[in-house]
Design a protein. Sequence first.
Length: 129
Amino acid sequence: MLSEDLRYKLLKLLAEEPQISQRDLAGRLAISVGKTNYCLSALVDIGLVKINNFRKADNKIAYAYLLTPRGIEEKSKVTVSFLQRKIREYGELQEEIEMLRQEVLAAASDESPASTASLTQSVAIGEVN
């Protein structure tokens, strides 16, 4: 069905902006309008979203995409899972950065004193938070 990232972003946007158009939703998610329609239909089919229509001021019919109680619960679960994955990825990225720093410092010790100073300074700059 939907990837966890897409489901998280879609449910988050719908919770924040229930009256968002499919075109705006597609733009914010960087997917086609057709895929947006497919995703919304899938969420409606499994009972996570309810669609209400209303009239806009310019006499056009618009829609509100409302999370159902089950949709709110699913959004919470997906948010926790998304956060756990991002925390894990962040830790892995920190480890990779540290390994690369060590590599640079090791390479610097094999170089001339001038390039060692330059490389050491570059690595130090990367440590600034």
